[in-house]
Design a protein around this ligand. Structure first.
Ligand code: C5P
Length: 294
């Protein structure tokens, strides 16, 4: 069984003060992008999961999200009479960079839950799968659906919303990763959080309603990411790169999630590809991908 897992960008990301459980409340408009990991599952005689990946430096041990998803599902399967849970080999072909704010690990986990629910004949149902997804990570529930949703709580409350009219996303991929917990820690330090007042879910939904139909340049002007100051404090060269790109491209550039990916939007693929070429001239990895893939 072969499946793909798309990345995402946070079109906007509002972040509130750290909660008692250590997480931060967010309001984020998330949208899938056409950059995919591939996963190949095969049943095996040996019990357990034999997981391998072509990504150097990515652990395939107990902390790997594909492994954690498969194990959580195998445990849940013990309650299903028709279940055919068994040994498995999984090959993960990583194309979404790690530590990039594109949700690659979360996407892999979500699509593993959906795939193995079918392969093992579990039929756990939407609510149960969504709750297993939330246990695996804040971004995982988004990838159980997509392509465009408002995510709130710590990310686990997912409400499908309209896709932006812009059809193309230019991803700019710096050669260094950023650690999500580190960025949130820096956000908690004095001067890390933005002055912006936190949004309610209704305000966020209302904004999406007004903005979804804007053209790429108009939408980019309204987008924001409250984690940018914290990420740029940790990696000043990322903040400088964003400024340079905005000048060079003549359009707004934002960061996705906790970074390090930067992005801008284009109305169509041709325009996005022309922008990608201009960024690549500076020896920076950039790619134009479809925005809002299923
Ligand atoms: O949920 P996940 O395991 O992906 O989160 C990784 C880390 O990011 C958390 O341990 C926490 O430090 C931070 N985080 C947060 N608020 C969120 C999501 C993540 O503080 N809404």
């Amino acid at each position: 069984m072969e499946i793909t897992a798309p990345g995402k960008i946070n079109l906007f990301l509002g972040v509130g003060r750290r909660r008692g459980d250590g997480y931060h409340p967010i309001e984020s408009w998330m949208c899938t992008v056409g950059l995919f990991d591939k996963l190949v599952f095969e049943r095996a005689r040996r019990p357990g999961l034999d997981l391998a990946s072509d990504a150097s430096g990515l652990s395939v041990g107990p902390d790997n999200l594909v492994r954690r998803a498969a194990e959580a599902l195998a445990r849940a399967g013990a309650e299903c009479p028709a279940a055919t849970v068994g040994g498995l080999t999984a090959r993960l072909h990583k194309r979404i960079p790690v530590g990039a704010g594109l949700g690659g690990g979360s996407a892999d986990a979500a699509r593993t839950l959906l795939a193995l629910d079918r392969l093992w004949n579990l039929n756990l149902g939407r609510t149960r799968l969504q709750s297993l997804a939330a246990d695996l990570g804040s971004d995982v529930p988004f990838f159980m659906g997509g392509p465009s949703a408002l995510c709130s709580g710590r990310g686990e409350n997912v409400m499908p919303v309209a896709r932006p009219r812009a059809r193309c996303c230019l991803l700019i991929l710096p050669p260094y990763p950023l650690s999500t917990p580190r960025v949130f820690e820096r956000f908690d330090e004095p001067g890390g959080a933005p002055k912006r007042a936190a949004w309610s879910e209704d305000q966020a939904l209302e904004a999406i309603g007004r903005w979804a139909d804007l053209d790429a340049a108009g939408l980019m002007e309204r987008l924001f990411n409250d984690l940018e100051p914290a990420a740029f404090a940790l990696r000043p060269e990322l903040g400088r790169l964003r400024e340079e790109l905005e000048k060079r491209l003549g359009r707004v550039v934002r960061m996705s999630g906790s970074g390090s990916t930067l992005f801008t939007l284009a109305d169509g693929m041709e325009e996005g590809e022309a922008l990608a070429k201009r960024v690549a001239e500076q020896d920076i990895r950039a790619m134009a991908v479809e925005l809002g893939v299923e």
